[in-house]
Design a protein around this ligand. Structure first.
Ligand code: HEC
Ligand code: HEC
Length: 503
């Protein structure tokens, strides 16, 4: 019996090992270039000075202009003239405020009937991140609750297993709580948050008080939510560097996956697999807090439908997230007109908004040779942060946009899913992501959150009020890194924060 078990374990180990070493390599490079790329992307061990090219975290696309409120709104600096004008047109649609149908401005109507905001920019404020409601007059527009229910039937299980759908929608309210509606229709309800103080003591006795959120829904207009409803709060993420993230070869992300923790470092890392609406293909998820979307175009089309209530060539839902049960919503006029193209946001619009979203440039680093920043960089590496916050990649030589090809980039993320523990869990699965898992977000630009967004609220629901709180919320696979940080002397913690502020 024991012998059998041992044999089985050895076989499992060997199979696991074989899979790990048989992983496909990226196909866009010659063996010699692949070797060069491996050498430049290996984490540094020399913290005595900054690294070559570290000043430009997004390679030739990096925004080298002044650091101010518009720091996230510049286009990739190596964009062709033609693409610069497409970026400007896309910017117009990203900022556009949509109105309800019917309207005299027929090319801007189609809003809702249910919606979370009237335009992309209302949530992705200044192309930076959103935030939970701040004060009584704030309607919390840049954050929303995702909704779903567990699969109940075999057919529903099959929909999830095939990757056809990421979730099973809540039967009445759909996949998202819309807190606004056009005139004459009731909004679905309002998100309510209450915070409880959660004091934690660091190694040197310093007490930091975290705020633990609880979410609920008030003013439900269409009856009760399903008993087993699953809620997931999400703030709008910053919009920089997305085209580069899209062109990191999937092989380089998958090479970091370690679902069974074969290397025994307590950190697994799993890919999400989700459907690209443009091709129907199941692909590696890269965007959203749980990597629920594989491409910028799919994510943008879903935003048009779910957040604003507009149909696009990829998501033909002029009624947005309104369900069959919401008859009053379905009875309202929508903005689709054959004359203007079939969708409410017909193809030049989705194309241009996608192009815009792919080309918001990452700002250059600051203070990279400051001794505190260099010491903090070393602490970041040595505390185990880079096990998930992977420093560097070289993007694909075959990226469809020339500006994104073969760039050395420094996003500080593996873009994989990690179990982050009870504290951060939303308990709402999304495609392959469990209710405990979140995608490692990129850290580039994080030091400019205050400058661009006017606040320092971090994590998927903006619960962390600063960098220290964000780190102290890390649990699960990141528990050890979090504890290492918490036990550093105060000066070393400050250095680590100085490094993050320089990103
Ligand atoms: C109501 C607020 C809201 C509106 C309006 C909105 N977004 Fe978002 N956006 C979000 C949230 C929240 C997420 C994170 C979603 C998730 O985790 O699933 C997000 C994620 C994204 C991402 C992925 C970013 C990343 O780093 O992973 C892109 C791209 C994006 N939105 C584009 C758009 C576009 C284009 C529009 C307009 C058509 C738009 N958004 C409108 C809230 C909004
Ligand atoms: C096991 C993987 C893992 C490790 C190790 C890890 N992180 Fe993270 N980090 C994440 C994930 C996943 C999130 C997003 C969690 C969320 O939003 O709920 C995150 C979020 C963050 C954020 C907030 C980002 C944002 O956009 O809001 C900061 C800052 C951060 N990490 C810093 C660190 C530091 C510093 C360390 C080392 C002490 C560290 N992380 C170690 C996975 C990890």
């Amino acid at each position: 019996m024991h012998k059998h078990l041992t044999a089985l374990l050895v076989i499992t180990f060997l199979v696991g090992f074989a899979v790990a070493s048989d992983r496909p390599e990226r196909q866009d490079l010659t063996p010699k270039d692949l070797e060069r790329v491996r050498a430049v992307t290996a984490p540094t061990t020399d913290f005595s000075a900054s690294e070559k090219f570290e000043q430009l975290p997004a390679g030739a696309t990096t925004n080298r202009k002044l650091v101010n409120r518009d720091a996230f709104s510049a286009f990739s600096q190596n964009l062709s003239f033609e693409d610069q004008s497409r970026f400007a047109l896309g910017n117009g649609f990203f900022r556009k405020v949509w109105v309800a149908s019917p309207s005299s401005t027929q090319s801007s109507d189609g809003l809702g009937p249910l919606f979370n905001a009237r335009g992309c920019q209302n949530c992705h404020l200044k192309d930076g991140r959103g935030h939970p409601p701040m004060g009584a007059d704030d309607d919390g527009v840049s954050m929303f609750l995702r909704l779903s229910v567990p699969a109940h039937t075999e057919a529903e299980q099959a929909l999830l297993a095939s990757g056809e759908q990421n979730v099973i929608p809540e039967p009445t309210y759909g996949t998202q709580l819309q807190n606004f509606a056009v005139t004459g229709l009731r909004a679905e309800g309002q998100m309510a948050i209450s915070y409880t103080d959660l004091p934690v003591t660091l190694g040197d006795g310093t007490i930091v008080t975290l705020r633990e959120p609880k979410y609920s829904v008030t003013d439900l207009a269409y009856g009760p939510l399903a008993d087993d409803v699953l809620l997931s709060p999400r703030v709008a993420p910053q919009m920089i560097g997305l085209g580069l993230i899209e062109t990191i070869p999937a092989e380089d992300i998958l090479a970091q996956a370690d679902p069974d923790d074969a290397d025994g470092n307590g950190i697994s890392g799993r890919p999400n697999w989700v459907k690209a609406l443009e091709t129907g293909e199941i692909m590696l998820g890269r965007f959203g807090w749980k990597a629920g979307a594989p491409t910028v175009r799919t994510q943008s089309a879903e935003a048009f439908a779910g957040d604003i209530g507009l149909s696009t060539p990829l998501v033909g839902k002029p009624y947005g997230d309104c369900t069959e049960v919401q008859a009053e919503c379905l009875a309202l006029p929508h903005g689709e007109q054959a004359r203007l193209g079939v969708s409410e946001a017909p193809d030049p619009v989705l194309d241009l908004v996608t192009h815009y979203s792919q080309n918001l440039a990452v700002p250059q680093r600051r203070d990279i040779d400051d001794p505190a920043v260099l010491r903090g960089k070393q602490a970041f590496y040595e505390s185990g942060c880079i096990a998930c916050h992977t420093p560097k990649y070289v993007t694909s030589r075959e990226a469809p946009n020339k500006a994104h090809q073969f760039q050395l980039i420094w996003p500080y993320a593996d873009f994989l899913l990690h179990d982050m523990g009870e504290g951060l869990a939303d308990l709402r699965p999304e495609a392959q992501a469990s209710g405990y898992e979140w995608r490692t977000p990129p850290l580039w630009g994080i030091g400019l959150t205050q400058t661009v967004s006017g606040h320092t609220l971090l994590l998927h629901d903006g619960r962390a009020r600063n960098l220290t709180e964000a780190i102290l919320w890390h649990g699960g696979e990141a528990q050890q890194a979090r504890d290492t940080f918490a036990n550093l002397p105060a000066t070393a913690r400050d250095d680590l924060l100085a490094f993050l502020e320089s990103l």
